[in-house]
Design a protein around this ligand. Structure first.
Ligand SMILES: [Zn+2]
Length: 73
């Protein structure tokens, strides 16, 4: 479980929480000149990072867009 509070624009907290540990592990800080992931050592950006970025973006999709018809009228 991820304890950090999500940003105000997050609409799917669970998805955002699931993405954060992956985003933290898969970065390129350890190899700034080599364009490799610090965690899995493959070319940057690695596939887990791309999926986590996508999950992070998806966690911010407005509820009315994600589930049309579910928003209060
Ligand atoms: Zn990686």
């Amino acid at each position: 479980m991820y304890d950090e509070q999500p940003p105000a624009d997050v609409t799917d907290i669970r998805l955002w929480q699931d993405a954060q540990p992956v985003l933290r592990r898969h970065h390129q800080d350890a190899f700034p000149n080599e364009r490799r992931c610090a965690f899995c050592h493959v070319d940057w950006p690695c596939q887990p990072r791309l999926w986590a970025d996508q999950a992070d973006r998806a966690s911010r999709i407005p509820v009315a867009v994600r589930w049309p018809g579910s928003a209060p009228r």
